[in-house]
Design a protein around this ligand. Structure first.
Ligand code: KE4
Length: 432
């Protein structure tokens, strides 16, 4: 028994008897890096503390929502205040209007917005709106793109590039999988071929405008523009899944960063400041086909929950001061450039993909990572060793090499120096 984690191991073994794998979301189980997850006691700014009192600099930040760090004062105060008036009503509240107004201001292409409770619900609803509006069934997604766990998105490429997909999870019916076509990210030719082979059958293309679920992969020059042009030409809906990138890469998300106007946008994570939330929004004529106005049904008991909207409003208000994006970018620019130099110095070249404050270090001996196939070349055994060496040195990285590092406005120079020091420890150990 590792006595630095005695309480974690005891609690986790009890959880594993009641909760599948001891976790409520698979990636938390450390399966791809090995070992037993620590059990969190609390978070403070850029730091996480486990139940054994171990302290970590947190680069997971709850997988993205905590752009201001753990328990930021304004968010905590807003949630406490909201709680005193009630935790849920299932009826219209001012908070929903205020949050929708702020989103509209930051992302004017979102003419109307429907709040839900997760990114999965947001993406599922966006696809249903697109199918309802176009009366077509096929959705195009990209290999390595993740849009939550609804059946239609748990699919993988079929035999032919432009043919229907196969289930990527048991429990997904083949006939559902067949309506999702999966093509390689950044493959402009595959996009145009897919539309040519499926004329008038494609309802929508859903894309992470900056891929972050196969590690961070920026859109290639012209990729997003091709998606915009091709979907418009074929009267298909362009859905930007900005659950991660929304309010992260820039105030107006990747749509603003790349100056592309999507038809629908999926949001989550930062929008709720750490409380359960998701949203789908976009062109009025598409959003107005949602019940109760139109014939596309969607509903949710806790949609627009007053605590989530309070946390989201407080978070987005804090993000109105755009200097936060300069601080986030500067931290990541400095960290990634110092780590790249360090890895080179120890003759262990890596590929670092960074977009603003989102980045991933791929152990691919410096070869470019431009899609899921090239991301899969990364040495994940080495990533597992890296993960654990960093953990021992008090740095908590995503427990999977196919994720982004998430920083917050609470990360300071001190955390950056400690991170560089821990990487050097790993490199010394790795180079024996
Ligand atoms: P949720 O249903 O987990 O709120 O959102 C699904 C989702 C949709 N779209 C994108 C681009 C996403 O990244 C996600 C969820 N992200 C993962 C981590 N990359 C959540 C972590 C987890 O699954 O536990």
């Amino acid at each position: 028994m590792n006595n630095r984690h005695q309480k974690s191991e005891e609690l986790f073994s009890r959880s594993s008897k009641l909760i599948p794998g001891g976790v409520n979301s698979p990636v938390r189980a450390f399966r791809s890096v090995g070992g037993t997850p620590f059990v969190v006691d609390r978070g403070e700014g850029a730091l996480l503390f486990d139940v054994d009192g171990n302290k970590y600099i947190d680069y997971v930040m709850s997988w993205g929502p905590l752009i201001l760090g753990h328990s930021p004062k304004a968010v905590v105060e807003a949630v406490i205040k909201a709680t005193k008036s009630g935790t849920s009503f299932g009826a219209p509240t001012k908070g929903e209007l205020n949050l929708a107004s702020i989103v509209r201001e930051r992302m004017p292409w979102i003419e109307k917005l429907r709040l839900v409770s997760s990114g999965t619900e947001a993406c599922m609803t966006a696809a249903r709106i697109a199918r309802g509006a176009t009366k077509r069934d096929i959705i195009i997604k990209f290999d390595g793109g993740y849009h939550g766990h609804s059946d239609m998105f748990l699919t993988e490429a079929g035999s032919g590039l432009a043919t229907g997909g196969l289930p990527a999870s048991s429990g997904v019916p083949e006939n559902i999988a067949r309506t999702t076509i999966t093509i390689p990210y950044n493959d402009i030719k595959a996009v145009t071929k897919c539309f040519a082979d499926n004329t008038n059958k494609i309802a929508a293309v859903i894309v992470e405008p900056v891929a972050a679920n196969m590690g961070v992969i920026p859109p290639a020059e012209g990729f997003l523009q091709t998606l915009r042009q091709t979907t418009s030409e074929h009267n298909a809906v362009l859905i930007f899944d900005e659950v991660i990138t929304g309010f992260r890469v820039m105030s107006g998300g990747a749509a603003q960063l790349y100056n592309i106007k999507p038809d629908l946008v999926c949001l989550g994570k930062i929008l709720g400041g750490g409380l359960p939330i998701g949203a789908v929004g976009g062109r009025k004529e598409l959003m107005d086909i949602l019940a109760p106005l139109g014939d596309v049904y969607q509903a949710g008991t806790l949609s627009g929950n007053p605590l989530s909207t309070a946390a989201g409003i407080a978070t987005l208000k804090d993000l109105a001061d755009l200097s936060v994006y300069d601080r986030l970018r500067t931290y990541c620019e400095e960290l990634t450039s110092r780590l790249t130099t360090l890895f080179k110095q120890y003759k262990l070249p890596v590929t670092v993909n960074r977009v603003e404050s989102l980045f991933t270090i791929f152990f691919t001996a410096g070869k470019p990572v431009i899609d899921f196939a090239s991301a899969k070349n990364a040495d994940m055994n080495m990533y597992a060793r890296f993960f654990h060496e960093m953990l021992v040195n008090g740095i908590y990285l995503p427990p999977s090499g196919f994720e982004a590092w998430f920083i917050s406005d609470a990360h300071r120079e001190e955390q950056l120096e400690l991170t560089v020091k821990a990487v050097e420890q790993f490199l010394k150990k790795e180079s024996g």
